[in-house]
Design a protein around this ligand. Structure first.
Ligand code: NAD
Ligand code: IPM
Ligand code: MN
Length: 370
């Protein structure tokens, strides 16, 4: 099956390129063994773009991202660029991509593989079988609200300002994504905000409820304050099916959910926009973790979150569910065989490097392919 589907790979910084190296090998494997071929382009984002061009993402890369079927991103950031002016920090490159491509729905699935039940910081019975989908609003809220900035008030006093703001269409479109997903899962949505202290939270709750009542009455909807949701996530995580929440709360709750699965190194994500006139949905796939400066350059990072992000791309952007299943099953088999990177290591298991983890996954793909 020849294909002219296009993929833009942006490895980024720190462990981003290390994990992406393993994805590239699986992409090649798919081409050799499943005749799944993409037009692949690779470019810079984050600190690596700052080093080459002085800015965290160029117009050219944004343009490329706009015109491909899917973008795959590693991670951005690191101490080398931490003291740069805020407007050109590595993270701004990623935020610009999300905003310019209007990737408003960030799907962050937190699934605990059976083999990793012991790697979680929670008791095995609390996480065994865990399968949560966090839907994080990604292009609004306090991340992008105006006014923002740091002001000098005189007398040595400064003021830092950010604005939490949501419009009704912004809330409605992400709520629809959450309800649609729930229908294909356990049919339950928990919407999370701080309606007790924030007007934007009151609006959030009202709009999610309205979309529910008018369009998805068959889905079970509950509302939970975000602080309580953080507590419930670690108290009794399996009570959740789909959680829909704003940009900032979604950032925090998804890191929290990641640890339920054993490690941040396990969690993939998909950032999706609307379907355009040509039937294409803009999409960017990236792990939930960052560039992990503390372990970068050592070939010890866990590449699974990035590999599973590629699997999400196969499923959501290319309608290649069989190939996505192949990748996910290979990961599951490798974990079941006791092979672990350091972040998910436990007694009696075999600790391997980033590349060895890639090797093991490719071995499982070979086996599954006969
Ligand atoms: P981080 O996610 O990079 O790391 C947090 C901890 O988790 C570290 O101890 C790290 O070693 C560990 N970890 C993360 N991914 C791992 C993996 N794949 N395998 C093994 N261990 C892993 O978060 P941070 O340290 O707060 O941020 C570092 C930099 O990354 C910052 O510049 C931050 O802005 C950036 N960041 C980028 C993204 C992104 O590109 N999407 C996401 C989060 C943070
Ligand atoms: C994430 C990251 C980003 C965020 C940063 C790097 C801009 O933490 O994707 O979770 O805060 O959204
Ligand atoms: Mn984050």
């Amino acid at each position: 099956m020849a294909s002219n589907k296009s993929l833009l790979i942006l490895p980024g910084d720190g462990i981003g390129p290390e994990a992406m190296g393993e994805v590239r090998r699986i992409v090649n494997w798919m081409e050799d063994n499943r005749a799944v071929s993409f037009d692949i382009d690779e470019d810079l984002v984050g600190g690596s773009s700052i080093d080459a061009h002085g800015i965290p993402v160029t117009d050219e890369v944004v343009e490329k991202a706009m015109n491909v079927d899917a973008v795959l991103l590693g991670a951005v950031g690191g101490p080398k660029w931490d003291n740069l002016d805020f407007s050109i920090k590595p993270e701004r490159g990623l935020l610009r991509l999300r905003k310019d491509l209007e990737l408003f729905a960030n799907l962050r699935p937190a699934v605990c593989f059976d083999a990793l039940v012991d790697a979680s910081s929670l008791k095995p019975e609390l996480v065994s079988g865990l399968d949560i989908m966090i839907v994080r609003e990604l292009t609004g809220g306090v991340y992008f609200g105006e006014p923002r900035g740091i002001e000098d008030l005189g007398n040595g006093i400064r003021r830092g300002v950010n604005t939490q703001v949501y419009t009704t269409p912004e809330i409605q479109r992400v709520a629809r994504v959450a309800f649609e997903l729930a229908k294909k899962r356990d049919n339950r949505v928990c919407s999370s905000e701080k309606a007790n202290v924030m007007e934007s939270g009151v609006l959030w709750r009202e709009e999610v409820q309205k979309i529910h009542d008018t369009e998805f009455p068959e889905v079970e909807l509950s509302h939970m304050y975000a602080d309580a949701a953080a507590m419930e996530l670690v108290r009794k995580p399996k009570q959740f099916d789909v959680i829909v929440t704003d940009n900032l709360f979604g950032d925090i709750l998804s890191d929290c959910a990641a640890m339920l699965t054993g490690s941040l190194g396990m969690l993939p994500s998909a950032s999706l926009g609307d379907v355009d006139d040509s039937g294409r949905r803009k999409a960017l796939y990236e792990p939930v973790h960052g560039s992990a400066p503390d372990i970068s350059g050592k070939n010890i990072a866990n590449p699974i979150a990035t590999i599973l992000s590629y699997a999400m791309a196969l499923r959501y952007s290319f309608d290649m569910g069989t190939e996505a299943d192949l990748v996910e099953t290979a990961v599951q088999k490798v974990l079941a065989s006791g092979i672990r990177t350091g972040d998910i290591m436990s007694a009696g298991m075999t600790q391997v490097s980033t590349t060895e983890m890639g090797n093991a996954i490719i071995r499982e793909l070979d086996k599954a392919n006969g």
